[in-house]
Design a protein around this ligand. Structure first.
Ligand SMILES: [Ca+2]
Ligand SMILES: [Ca+2]
Ligand SMILES: [Ca+2]
Length: 191
């Protein structure tokens, strides 16, 4: 009886620890780069404004700026329905092209995000992209609309989030090495 109670308490603590520590990881964690070429507006907040939960503090991405952000303690997964929620602050019809990547090098177009109201939530389903998960997101500004020129990115939430999936190239390399090794062994056995 005592053992069972202890077991239940332990299991429950592990469950609580698991959910609480994981709940904090659904947001973007890191700014990789913010390219602001000559001629683009450099006013407004820095790119870290896009990290963490919605707080009405945003980074404005105007044309021809490019912002690359990363998940580092979680990955956004292609689960049931929509997988990403992009929060835009303003109500100025600003747009940005959104791309996703697993390794930060190969990009797949996800959607053209459009601000349609105050605090627009743009929902993205990864299913049509063919990417099973993304670790990186890239935003390309396509206009200068609004008081703070461009697309006002406040936060990105992974609606389907899971433990961080490492860069596939590493897995592929390991995998091909293993296949090569097995092939070599087979050859030696035949000979
Ligand atoms: Ca995170
Ligand atoms: Ca999905
Ligand atoms: Ca923010």
């Amino acid at each position: 009886m005592k053992k069972t109670t202890l077991g239940v308490v332990l299991l429950f603590s592990v469950f609580l620890l698991g959910t609480s520590s994981f709940a904090a990881t659904v947001w973007l964690d890191q700014v990789i780069s913010f390219d602001q070429p000559t001629g683009s507006s450099t006013s407004g907040n820095g790119p870290t404004a896009a990290l963490g939960p919605d707080d009405n503090i945003y980074v404005s991405i105007d044309i021809p700026e490019t912002l690359i952000l990363a998940f580092t303690d979680n990955s956004a997964l292609d689960g049931t329905g929509n997988d990403l929620r992009v929060r835009e602050f303003g109500n100025d019809d600003s747009q940005a092209s959104v791309y996703g990547s697993r390794n930060g090098a190969d990009w797949t177009f996800l959607t053209t995000a459009t601000s349609t109201s105050d605090q627009t939530d743009i929902l993205i389903d990864l299913q049509s992209s063919g990417l099973g998960y993304v670790n990186y997101l890239k935003f390309e500004g396509i206009d200068n609309k609004g008081t703070s020129a461009g697309f006002d990115l406040d936060a990105v939430e992974a609606l389907n989030s899971g433990p961080y999936v490492p860069i596939p190239s590493t897995i592929l390399l390991l995998g091909s090495g293993l296949i090569g090794f097995i092939g070599l062994r087979r050859r030696f056995r035949k000979g």
